[in-house]
Design a protein around this ligand. Sequence first.
Ligand SMILES: NC(=O)c1ccc[n+]([C@@H]2O[C@H](COP(=O)([O-])OP(=O)(O)OC[C@H]3O[C@@H](n4cnc5c(N)ncnc54)[C@H](OP(=O)(O)O)[C@@H]3O)[C@@H](O)[C@H]2O)c1
Length: 347
Amino acid sequence: MASGSTQADSGHGGPHGGVAECEQPDPIDAAVTPSRRVLVTGASGFIAGHLLPRLASRGHRVRAMWRGREGAGRTRAPGIDWVEGDVTLPETLSRATFECDVIVHLAGCSTAQPGSSLEAVNVAGTRNLLVAGLDSGVQRIVYLSALGASPAAGPYFRSRFQAEDAVMSSGVEHVIVRPAVVYGPEDHFVSSILALLRKLPVFPMLGDGTFRLQPIAVEDLVDVLTQSVERPDVEGGLYEVAGPDRISFTSIVRTVGEVAALRRPILPLPDGVASPVTRLAQGAGFATPFTKEQLDVLRRGSVLSGDDNPLRTVFRIKPLPFRDALEDYLASGPGRPEDGSRSGGAT
Ligand SMILES: NC(=O)c1ccc[n+]([C@@H]2O[C@H](COP(=O)([O-])OP(=O)(O)OC[C@H]3O[C@@H](n4cnc5c(N)ncnc54)[C@H](OP(=O)(O)O)[C@@H]3O)[C@@H](O)[C@H]2O)c1
């Protein structure tokens, strides 16, 4: 999909203001960016752990919404106001959205949770948040969707598409970002590969491992989200963003093994075996890089459909190469942020 795509390009239909590449100014300079009151949902998650300190460091007044779950991570970055809220419980949301200018909506799940379906969290939860945001006079919502969102894909990607639809038809200024798989300190993707490399003498490869991915470094995604909060001109866009490398899953595993000094033989699992094995592993609580559902989509290739990458053309970011960023990430301690600023549980 082209940068700053229209709703029609994205499958949502109807006219919608995209952003043409040639019209893009350079990202707003920190010195002239007005401070906004920003609510970040999903604040105990991986991406929020990187975004919250960035927003605060740029002078925004940041409120972080989390569920107060025991064991959930919270960044210790200063100047962040923590508030409890659950997107499936509308009555908990107005305290979070009160007097906010912008919402960055990261709360979501990729598999159904006990007592909560994908529809309830990703679709109805987004609608609940939009209602609370509208009541509070929020001016903009930045919605983090996922590359592959489509009405024709499996339940996860369908729920993302439906949530995008809710955002687009809400009447609130919006920016929608569809990232490829995201990696960095405290991620789910590389951490799961590392866990398998550490625990097993061989790496069980799903299918033949030739399906390609285009992983994006969390720093780059955080930059996109920050610009989406600050730049008036990106409003109304739907941006598919990814890293610079289109790499097969096998190459990713090899690269992680090399960089982490955990080289393992790769054991291909034939098609008929891969999904049941993944299901069994997940049922046993074993870390796997993807949910069974995501696996089906990822195996079709989770890469941008064309050469255009809005990361470069719209957001003016030179994307970090996978190997370089991985080396930095693992040098800082896998699974831990560089500054050690996050902790499990309430802090
Ligand atoms: N990481 C990736 O590669 C990637 C790629 C594409 C899209 N995304 C999407 O981007 C978003 C952020 O990603 P992430 O990697 O940071 O995910 P994450 O670490 O799994 O964090 C998800 C966050 O959503 C919160 N949440 C879940 N259900 C909620 C509910 N009912 N009410 C309020 N909060 C709820 C979680 O809270 P608890 O801590 O209480 O569970 C957590 O803070 C997610 O929606 C994810 O699906 C991620």
